[in-house]
Ligand binder design. Structure first.
Ligand SMILES: *Cc1c(COP(=O)(O)O)cnc(C)c1O
Length: 387
């Protein structure tokens, strides 16, 4: 075990460090499906790589340490991680989800788990009274994100977890947007943290991965069973890439957030912009709560242009920032939630929760701030229809 006090060091030295056999400073990629056994019932502790693989075990130990949990589980995608968490429940159970939940989370509940009679209720969890009112006796868990995509709405994680405890149910937090560098839900009372590690943890848009972290022995046993039984595990090479990505998380996020804070302030001053959604702005919904539970507002911003700006033209006019799904990579990306990330949410629900057709989501990268500002500002100018 390495000795350190700060999470910045844990990103680099945490979990299982290096390789004892050779002294290699990196965990080797154990590219193997199986392990030779010395006799019947005698093995090294490793039997088959769906059940356990040393490279995967290293990233699992690392995320558990970073989130303040006891056990981590690595999956082939964020959705596989979320599906594994939902596999904890059975038919007749109900899960409460926030109204701005990730589109894929809504889809898997609505189109797959519903077929097995695991029901869901959509609630605006920014209001804890709404949340408590939705906790009917069949509700077994709440699944929340804060800030939630794409309007960056903040839910009081400690408050929500306290409600769950009171009702004897589980709190699951998708911590993808914040990462353990900015927010640690288990310390706020949550039971399960899930991640799309595809985003900031991987950080380089070169990997699809998912993680689950718990702090309870019984839950860990059940998740280990689910992981092995359903089999959507993270491959050894991708486990290595994820460890490598996590090493630079703190320095990357410091720059991501610095750029995002500057851009959010500048967009707010821009007369073409109708509204800016960013939890780091003092007048944002949930600003005070976010300040209490997270280090800062993160690095995803959404904004709406005024009616006399053509959004299609805006996307076409960007020369640096790419139009693409996903977020959390070092390069800046924009997307159109209504037709891209949140297209699987029916139109009526989209309107109800505020995902309008004019909404733009920006994942702020770590390019030079002046290049980002000038690209955004020239594209906004280009998209004006009535001059
Ligand atoms: C991307 C994302 C997911 C899904 O993760 P994949 O790695 O794409 O499967 C889940 N939750 C949130 C908040 C995400 O942004």
């Amino acid at each position: 075990m390495k000795s350190y006090k700060h999470i910045e060091s844990a990103f680099i030295q945490g979990g299982i460090y290096g390789d004892k056999t050779t002294g290699a400073v990196n965990v080797p990629i154990y590219q193997t499906s199986t392990y030779e056994q010395s006799g019947l019932g005698e093995n090294t502790g490793w039997e088959y790589s769906r059940t356990g693989n040393p490279t995967r075990a290293a990233v699992e130990a690392l995320i558990a340490e970073l989130e303040g949990g006891t056990h981590g589980f690595a999956f082939a995608s964020g959705m596989a991680a979320i599906a594994a968490a939902l596999n904890l429940f059975k038919s007749g159970d109900r899960v409460v989800i926030s109204s701005n939940v990730y589109g894929g989370t809504f889809r898997i509940l609505d189109k797959i788990f519903k077929n097995f009679k695991l029901e869901y209720t959509i609630v605006d969890t920014t209001n804890l009274d709404n949340l408590e009112n939705a906790l009917t006796p069949d509700v077994k868990a709440i699944l929340i994100e804060s800030p939630a995509n794409p309007l960056l709405t903040v839910t009081d994680l400690a408050g929500a977890s306290a409600l769950s405890k009171k009702h004897g149910i589980l709190t699951i937090v998708d911590n993808t947007f914040m990462t353990p560098y900015l927010q640690r839900p288990l310390e706020l009372g949550a039971d399960i943290v899930v991640h799309s590690a595809t985003k900031y943890l991987g950080g380089h848009s070169d990997l699809i991965a998912g993680l689950v972290v718990v702090k309870d022995e019984r839950l860990a046993e059940r998740l280990a069973f689910i992981q092995n039984a359903t089999g959507g595990v993270l491959a050894p090479f991708d486990s290595f890439l994820l460890i490598r990505g996590i090493k630079t998380l703190a320095v990357r996020l410091d720059r991501h957030v610095q750029n995002a804070e500057t851009i959010a302030a500048r967009l707010k001053e821009n007369r073409a912009v109708k509204k800016v959604y960013y939890p780091g702005l003092p007048d944002a919904q949930g600003y005070e709560i976010n300040k209490r539970q997270a280090k800062n507002g993160g690095a995803v911003i959404s904004f709406e242009l005024k009616e006399n700006y053509d959004i299609k033209k805006f996307f076409r006019s960007l020369h640096l920032i790419a139009l693409a799904e996903s977020l959390g990579g070092i390069e800046s990306l924009v997307c159109h939630p209504a037709t891209m990330t949140h297209a699987s949410i029916p139109y009526e629900i989209r309107q109800k929760v505020g995902i309008t057709d004019g909404l733009i989501r920006l994942s702020v990268g770590i390019e030079h701030i002046d290049d980002l500002l000038s690209d955004l500002e020239q594209a906004i100018k280009e998209s004006e229809t009535i001059k």
